[in-house]
Design a protein around this ligand. Structure first.
Ligand code: FES
Length: 169
């Protein structure tokens, strides 16, 4: 009788271990697929046309919107991204990431003050995107810009993640 109880107990324990193992394996599937997904590791980068050169006035900063680096069929509005585009001279443009380098809130351009302001914790950036005040660890991130066939193009990139502990510049 005692031996039968021990066998039953050990059988139940083995079944529970088995169920636990299967559940653990199922739980790990998304983690493992994210780690090994070539799609996530090698996010494609593409040049996106954001307008004609003459659409932008020298010395002005405007918001431009375009499809992000990985516009999936089901991604809807989240496939859109944006940059603050500044025309510095006849042929020179700078594209700033709209995301604050502190915790990623979208910064807004205040033309009168010539500053980028972050509404979340009061981060401030100068006109050239450099750090001015507040909690951001450094200046705004920038995207490569080029002119092709009289179009202004921005190189799509994954949304820059904050760089806590970086240099203030
Ligand atoms: S997210 Fe911009 S200052 Fe904190």
């Amino acid at each position: 009788m005692e031996e039968e109880n021990i066998n039953r107990r050990s059988f139940i324990i083995r079944v529970l271990y088995g169920i636990g193992g299967v559940l653990g394996a199922i739980t790990m599937v998304p983690v493992i697929s994210a780690l090994f997904s070539p799609l996530l590791r090698n996010t494609p980068r593409d040049w996106r046309v954001v307008g004609r050169v003459n659409d932008f006035k020298i010395g002005k900063t405007v918001l431009v919107k375009y499809k992000n680096a990985l516009p999936l069929e089901w991604s809807g509005l989240s496939s859109e991204t944006a940059s603050w585009l500044q025309r510095n001279s006849e042929k020179e443009f700078t594209a700033f990431a709209i995301n604050c380098t502190h915790l990623g809130c979208p910064v807004r351009w205040e033309g009168d003050a010539e500053l980028f302001l972050c509404p979340c914790h009061g981060g401030v950036y100068n006109k050239d995107g450099s750090y001015a005040a507040g909690p951001p660890p450094h200046g705004l991130n920038k995207y490569p810009v080029r002119i092709r066939n009289n179009n202004v193009e921005i190189l799509t990139s994954p949304v820059p993640i904050t760089n806590i502990g970086g240099e203030k510049s």
